[in-house]
Design a protein. Structure first.
Length: 274
């Protein structure tokens, strides 16, 4: 996932966690590819009073986040500095920020931890179900975006020379976003006709029967296939996030899919997306 997209996905998920969980401080990051051992860097931070946590590298097994990373499950403490259930390599930056009660939730894609999201209070108080549920929901947002992007990367490119299949799909997504904004009806129809040609460009017969998605449902699925969250897709398509959710739910129902990833994969097999 490109660095800019990572930042957008993390920032959006953390904003949701902060709002839904009523937490003054949220932060998180993804595992560093190619780094020795299992480490992650705190890349996104909201509500902090100091820069102490920004850029901090977390190692598996160390501190609360490292414990979460090693165990692949949510971990929480009500008083970070005094907790006997974690190691204390990061006490200095945590104390500098004045954090006491902290929750860490893993971002898990196909049973592999890809990052950790944190929420924190500056008081030693129990973190209830509201905070836990908000943290899990935020982690799922990032998980879904990463899973869809992984699926796109894993799909094989056609053997014919020319642009890579991923470049074709990227061009298709951009055309789907552009078409509704074209005022000229004739030009808009030509753009949609090109999209139709790209949908069948692989030359392979659909593995499942084609389904009747509306143009907007297809637009939203194309954005989701690129790894966009609902908020990002809404911004690209000039829609409200709630409207994007509605189109996505409708498309998933027609495709018989239960998740965003399943919807994208089924749409590709049905020849709805290239």
């Amino acid at each position: 996932m490109p660095e800019m997209t990572e930042a957008v996905e993390l920032r959006t998920a953390l904003s949701r966690l902060k709002r839904a969980g009523g937490l003054p401080v949220v932060f998180g990051g993804l595992l560093q590819e190619g780094a020795p051992g299992r480490t992650m860097r705190i890349a996104e931070l909201s509500g902090a009073a100091t820069p102490a946590l920004r850029g901090l590298t977390i190692s598996a097994g160390s501190g609360l986040g490292g414990k979460c990373l090693a165990l692949s499950r949510p971990c929480a403490v009500t008083d970070y500095p005094a907790s006997r259930h974690i190691t204390h390599e990061y006490d200095v930056p945590v104390s500098a920020e004045g954090l006491r009660a902290v929750i860490a939730v893993p971002v898990v894609v196909r049973r592999k931890v890809r990052g950790v999201l944190y929420g924190a209070l500056r008081e030693s108080l129990p973190l209830g179900d509201r905070v836990f549920d908000a943290a899990m929901a935020a982690a799922r947002d990032v998980e879904q975006a990463l899973a869809v992007r992984d699926e796109v990367r894993q799909l094989l490119a056609p053997p014919a020379p020319g642009p890579s299949w991923e470049e074709v799909r990227q061009a298709y997504g951009e055309l789907r976003e552009l078409a509704p904004k074209v005022v000229d009806p004739a030009l808009r129809e030509r753009l949609l006709a090109v999209c139709g040609r790209l949908e069948s460009a692989s030359g392979a017969a659909p593995a499942v029967p084609r389904v009747g998605l509306t143009p907007r449902e297809t637009d939203v699925l194309a954005a989701v296939a690129s790894g966009a969250t609902n908020a990002t897709a809404a911004a690209r398509l000039g829609l409200r996030p709630e409207t994007v959710k509605g189109y996505l739910r409708s498309a998933m129902r027609k495709l018989g899919a239960h998740t965003r990833l399943e919807a994208v994969v089924t749409a590709r097999r049905a020849g709805v997306l290239p």
